[in-house]
Design a binder for this molecule. Structure first.
Ligand code: SAM
Length: 237
């Protein structure tokens, strides 16, 4: 048997892939993250062992313990599903787990998921590469290179910036982008809990981002497209 590194999508049950659904329904062991919803976990067989290894933002890093758990169960020959929000390889540390399992000689398969980086903007009616408004998209983590002044230049040049894990640093992100030369009136959208019944969309300018009342998990979209709303119409063909 195998450890399956499976993406659970952005939240909504029906945004799970068919492959993920089939694996969850016949899992012996499920090891899941914080962002995997209750209705998806309800698909796990009652006989399966379930481990909630969700990391609290800013809390201790329990990645070594997760790796050890996956290797231990992977060696038993049972069907182990490692379930992660969105896509396991988009800021999901899927690569690290894959490497540890490989080094331990445990067979592993990956199942992509719909990442919140693209599902959340779309849930708010924002087409991240809308022709004429954006020539591309850059996805970053607020904990990584969001401080790079190069990002201001990229957004000014017409790329959409999508930031994950950015809620706590939103004021600093806005300040850094403006200091890097970004126009303070550049549109911004924050999409909280995308694709769930608690979804909320806030729109503002980069200058106003720091003052927005928003909570995690959320995606921050910066650039001309952030002012668009596909669902509400108003797009040029
Ligand atoms: C550790 S990252 C994991 C990302 C995940 N692997 C993915 O592909 O969506 C967690 C961050 O993803 C974003 N996120 C995940 N699910 C979300 C959702 N339903 N709505 C908005 N943002 C979400 C938030 O920025 C959150 O802080």
């Amino acid at each position: 048997m195998t450890v399956y590194l499976v993406g659970a999508g952005p939240g909504a049950l029906d945004l799970l892939t068919v492959r993920a659904l089939r694996l969850i329904e016949r899992a012996d062991v499920v090891v899941h993250d914080r962002l995997v919803g209750e209705d998806i976990l309800a698909l796990v067989p009652a006989t399966a062992a379930v481990y909630d290894v969700g990391k609290v933002p800013g809390g201790p890093d329990n990645q070594d313990a997760i790796n050890e758990l996956l290797v231990r169960h992977g060696r038993t020959g049972r069907a182990v599903v490692r379930l992660k929000g969105g896509d396991p390889f988009v800021f999901g540390r899927g690569g690290e787990e894959l490497a540890v399992l490989g080094a331990a000689g445990v067979a592993c398969e990956v199942v992509p998921g719909i990442t919140s980086a693209f599902a959340a903007p779309l849930a708010a009616g924002i087409p991240v590469t809308h022709r004429g408004a954006a020539c591309g998209v850059v996805v970053v983590s607020a904990r990584g290179c969001a401080r790079d002044p190069e990002l201001s230049r990229l957004v000014a040049a017409g790329l959409t910036l999508v930031i994950l894990m950015g809620v706590a640093r939103r004021a600093a992100i806005a300040r850094e982008l403006i200091e890097g030369g970004l126009d303070p009136s550049t549109p911004v959208a924050v999409v909280e809990r995308a694709s769930t019944p608690e979804q909320r969309v806030s729109r503002a300018t980069i200058e106003e981002l720091g003052a927005l009342r928003v909570d995690s998990p959320a995606i921050i979209v910066i650039g001309e497209v952030a002012a668009l709303d596909l669902a509400g119409g108003g797009l040029e063909p």
